[in-house]
Write a protein that binds this ligand. Structure first.
Ligand SMILES: [Zn+2]
Length: 72
């Protein structure tokens, strides 16, 4: 219970990585629950993917801290 405060270090590193990242190298399709997305293999930002139209949709977004382990 008294481990490092989750989020503090992660957020700083995350911000540093995101800044200047063009998300050029995306992962393969990944599905969690009923959401399908691809994530940037460089910074981890995600973008939802629409299976019906076979294209990425919406803006990039940061994964929740609890989901981070998913792609590590
Ligand atoms: Zn990126």
């Amino acid at each position: 219970m008294n481990e490092l405060p989750e989020g503090t270090i992660v957020e700083q590193t995350f911000a540093a990585r995101v800044f200047g990242c063009w998300h050029m190298k995306m992962s393969k399709l990944t599905t969690t629950g009923n959401v399908t997305y691809r994530y940037c293999t460089k910074c981890g930002m995600r973008r939802n993917y629409d299976l019906k139209s076979s294209e990425s949709i919406g803006p990039f977004y940061a994964p929740k801290v609890s989901d981070d382990l998913h792609f590590v």
